[in-house]
Write a protein that binds this ligand. Structure first.
Ligand code: QAP
Ligand code: CO
Length: 189
């Protein structure tokens, strides 16, 4: 198992369209397990392979209260089962610390392959339905903030770009302090 780094907006790699999985191999199962571990550690309720820079149609979701119902969806697709829309305040591990309302279909028919490569088809409602629509967007290079106004999206972009600059500065500073400490130890030896 491994924790994988998550791409953050406005990284252009989040805009790539993921390719269909041909065969559900052990490598795909390993990828799904690493994605689940990464999602639980975050913690999050859904993660698409695109977010960890793997551009294949694999999604993991766990919307259970206890976090004990991991779902692996390969080549997922959905169709609306009613015209009823539902607003939900969404977030995204690739857009940390920002949340806003998005309208989604409230009832959908999900089709996918499970981790054994078996076809599944089920009706999804509530948070599960929201999450499927959000994660499938990722596979098509789309983010929940694309549904917001341009002004809101630009504000989020500026704030995250600043955070990324600060993260790099902090990392460089930490490396410098470490190097100085090591130089001191070397001088003593
Ligand atoms: C997608 O999102 C989703 O900003 C999954 O600082 C969200 O797991 C589907 C998270 C809402 C349906 C409804 C976000 C964690 C997790 C953050 C997530 C953060 C830490 C987001
Ligand atoms: Co997301």
């Amino acid at each position: 198992m491994a924790l994988l780094p998550i791409l953050e907006f406005p990284d252009p790699r989040l805009r790539k369209i993921a390719v269909t999985v041909d065969t559900v191999t052990d490598d795909i199962r390993k990828l799904a397990q690493d994605m689940l571990e990464t999602m639980y550690a975050a913690p999050g309720i859904g993660l698409a392979a695109s977010q960890i820079n793997v551009h294949q149609r694999v999604v993991v979701i766990d919307v259970s209260e206890e976090g004990d119902d991991p779902r692996v969806l390969i080549n997922p697709s959905w169709e609306p089962l009613s015209n009823e829309m539902h607003q939900y305040q969404e977030g995204c591990l690739s857009v940390p610390e920002f949340y806003d309302d998005v309208e989604r279909h409230s009832k959908i028919q999900l089709s996918a392959l499970n981790e054994h490569g078996e076809p599944i088809s089920e009706v999804a409602e509530g948070l599960f339905a929201v999450c499927i629509q959000h994660e499938l967007d990722h596979l098509n290079g789309k983010l929940f903030i694309d549904y917001l106004s341009r002004l809101k999206r630009e504000r989020i972009r500026k704030k995250l770009e600043k955070k990324h600059r600060d993260d790099i500065k902090d990392a460089l500073y930490e490396a410098k302090v470490k190097a100085q400490e090591q130089a001191k130890l070397d001088a003593q030896a």
